[in-house]
Design a protein around this ligand. Structure first.
Ligand code: NAD
Length: 496
C-alpha cells in the first residue's frame, strides 16, 4: 500500500511512525496510508522554512513571479493527474475537480503580479527635503491549514501569494485527501522554487498544535469547520500570531415571487448538490417568499432532481460523487432523519441511493426537504451534504431576518427580476459574499474571499488584495537628505 509522506526542504520525507488510512469514498476501500507528522517532523519543516527565509526575502519579486509563471504551466500540464488524485480521495467528479483546479490556478495567476502588488506607496516632499514611503515586507515563516473539500484550490488561496510576498511556507493539508496537495507542492521544485521555501507536513492535531505554538511561525491561515477555526484563531492570537480562520457556513437563497423560476431551479441544482454539497458556498437553504413561489419551486425542483445522477468520479456523466467518509454519510443521513422526525416533509429522499458496482461507497442521493422550520436541527447545522431545505416565509424582510439571525454569514443569493429589491438585499444583508441571480458568488482571485459572523475569525479575507495585506507587514520610512550647507535648527515642537 502506498504511503503519503511530507515535503520538507525540497525532499519527500517519510519521517514518523503514526499513520492514518486514506479511503476511496466511491469504493469504500482503503488505498493509501498518510503519515501523521510528529512535533519533531513539523519542527524540521519550520526549521527548513526559517533557513530559506533570508535569501528568499531578498529575491527580487519579479524572480519570485517567474517561478509562479512556470508553476502555473506545470499545473496545467499535469491537470489530469491532479484531478485524478482529487477524484480518488475526495470523490468529486472529474469536471468538478477541473473547476476547482482552475480556480486555484487563477490564484497563481494573481500571484504572478507580485512586482505590481508589492510596489508600495511613495510621497515626495512630505516636509522640506523629506520623502516618505510605505513598503510591504514579508512576515517570515507562515503556516496554512486546509480542509478536505478543496484539496487543490484552498491551499492555492494561500501559498502562492504568501510565497511571492517573500514569506516561506509550511502547509498542513487535510489528512483525508492529501495526495493532490502534495503532488502540487512538488511541482514548485520543478518550477525552480528554492528548497525550504515551500514545505508540506501531513498530520492531525499534533501537527497543527506544533504550528500554533512555535514562535518561529508568524502567521496562520486556516480554512475548515467553525469550532476548529475558533480554536485556531484563539490559540494563534494568544501566541501573538497574525491569523485568519475561515469557518463553516449555511448559505441561503431567497426566491422572490417574481423570480425566473426555471432559471432559479437550474442554478440551485448545481449550487445545492454539486460536489455533494461539500462546499462552504453550497446553497443549502432556499427561502421561498410566498406560497406560490414555494409551491412552484418545490414542484419544479423535485421534477428536475429525477434526472440527477450520483456516482464515481471517473464517469463524467455523473453530477456528483460520494461524501468524504462513511461517518460523514451517517451524519448527513442523520440530519435528514431528524428533519423528518421534527415535522418537515421529505419531498425527494436520497438516503438510500443505488449506485451499481459501488455498493460500498459513501453515497447520499440528492434530497429535497420542504416545510423546514428554523428551530429544527437540520436548519441550524451545516449539513455539508447534498440536501436542499425549503423554508417558506411571507415577505422579503422575513427572509432577510432569517439569514441575518443565522450564526453563519458566508454566502447568500437572491433570485429576482426586481433591481430595487436586489440592491436593498445586497446593501443590507449581514453576509460577506452576495449573489444576485448568481448562486455561488465565490469572488474571483483579484477580489478577496471571506464570510461574516462565525464564518470567519479575523479581519482580513483570504487571497486577492486582502491576501497581500495579510502576508505582509507595512513599514513606513521617512527620509531626509539635507541640501549641502543647510543646517537644521534644534526644535522641541512635535514635527509638523
Ligand atoms: P475540519 O475543521 O475538520 O479540518 C480542517 C483542518 O483542521 C484539517 O487540516 C484538519 O486536520 C485540522 N483539524 C481538524 N481537527 C482539528 C483539531 N481538533 N485541532 C487542530 N486541527 C484540527 O474541516 P473539514 O471537515 O476538513 O472541512 C469542511 C469544513 O470546512 C466545513 O465546515 C466547510 O464549511 C469548511 N470550509 C470553509 C471554507 C471557507 O472558505 N469558509 C472553505 C472550505 C471549507
Amino acid at each position: 500500500m502506498s504511503v503519503v509522506g511530507h515535503l520538507i526542504n525540497g525532499e519527500i520525507s517519510l519521517e514518523g511512525s503514526r499513520s492514518q488510512d486514506v479511503f476511496n469514498p466511491a469504493t469504500g476501500a482503503c488505498e493509501k496510508q498518510v503519515l501523521l507528522a510528529s512535533k519533531q517532523t513539523v519542527e524540521h519543516a519550520i526549521t527548513a522554512a526559517q533557513a530559506a527565509f533570508p535569501e528568499w526575502r531578498n529575491t527580487p519579486p519579479i524572480k519570485r513571479a517567474r517561478i509562479m509563471f512556470r508553476f502555473k504551466e506545470l499545473l496545467e500540464h499535469h491537470a489530469d493527474e491532479i484531478c485524478q488524485l482529487i477524484g480518488q480521495e475526495h470523490g468529486k467528479i472529474s469536471h468538478d475537480a477541473a473547476g476547482e483546479l482552475q480556480r486555484g490556478i487563477e490564484n497563481v495567476e494573481f500571484a504572478c503580479g507580485a512586482p505590481q502588488l508589492l510596489k508600495g506607496e511613495h510621497s515626495k516632499n512630505v516636509g522640506p527635503n523629506i520623502d516618505s514611503w510605505s513598503e510591504f515586507q514579508p512576515l517570515g515563516v507562515v503556516a496554512g491549514i486546509t480542509p478536505f473539500n478543496f484539496p487543490a484550490m484552498v491551499p492555492m488561496w494561500m501559498f502562492p501569494l504568501a510565497i511571492v510576498c517573500g514569506n516561506t511556507f509550511v502547509l498542513k493539508p487535510s489528512e483525508r485527501d492529501p495526495s493532490s496537495t502534495l503532488f502540487i507542492a512538488n511541482l514548485l521544485k520543478e518550477a525552480g522554487l528554492p528548497d525550504g521555501v515551500m514545505n508540506v507536513v501531513n498530520g492531525d492535531k499534533e501537527a497543527v498544535d506544533t504550528l500554533l505554538n512555535d514562535e518561529r511561525v508568524k502567521a496562520v491561515s486556516f480554512v475548515g469547520s467553525t469550532p476548529i477555526a475558533e480554536y485556531i484563531y484563539t490559540t494563534a492570537n494568544a501566541n501573538g500570531k497574525r491569523c485568519q480562520a475561515l469557518g463553516g457556513a449555511k448559505n441561503h437563497a431567497i426566491i422572490m415571487p417574481d423570480a425566473d423560476m426555471d432559471n432559479a431551479v437550474n442554478q440551485l441544482l448545481g449550487a445545492a448538490f454539486g460536489s455533494s454539497g461539500e462546499r462552504c458556498m453550497a446553497l443549502s437553504v432556499a427561502v421561498a417568499v410566498g406560497d406560490d413561489a414555494g409551491d412552484a419551486l418545490v414542484a419544479k425542483m423535485s421534477e428536475a432532481m429525477t434526472g440527477l445522477s450520483v456516482g464515481v468520479y471517473s464517469d463524467a456523466s455523473n453530477d456528483f460523487g460520494p461524501v468524504i467518509t462513511c461517518q460523514h454519510r451517517d451524519k448527513v443521513v442523520g440530519y435528514i432523519d431528524s428533519a423528518e422526525q421534527q415535522g418537515a416533509r421529505i419531498v425527494v429522499d436520497g438516503r438510500k441511493p443505488k449506485v451499481d458496482g459501488y455498493e460500498n461507497g459513501y453515497f447520499v442521493g440528492a434530497t429535497l426537504i420542504d416545510d423546514v422550520k428554523i428551530d429544527m436541527d437540520s436548519y441550524k447545522a451545516e449539513i455539508f451534504g447534498p440536501v436542499l431545505q425549503v423554508v417558506r416565509v411571507k415577505t422579503m424582510q422575513e427572509a432577510m431576518k432569517l439569514i441575518d439571525d443565522h450564526e453563519y454569514g458566508n454566502g447568500t443569493c437572491i433570485f429576482t427580476r426586481d433591481g430595487e429589491a436586489a440592491r436593498y438585499f445586497s446593501d443590507n444583508i449581514q453576509v460577506g459574499m452576495v449573489g444576485i441571480n448568481v448562486p455561488l458568488p465565490v469572488p474571483v482571485a483579484y477580489h478577496s474571499f471571506g464570510g461574516w459572523k462565525r464564518s470567519l475569525f479575523g479581519d482580513l479575507h483570504a487571497y486577492g488584495p486582502d491576501g497581500v495585506r495579510f502576508y505582509t507587514k507595512r513599514k513606513t520610512i521617512t527620509q531626509r537628505w539635507p541640501s549641502s550647507g543647510v543646517r537644521e535648527g534644534v526644535s522641541f515642537a512635535f514635527p509638523s
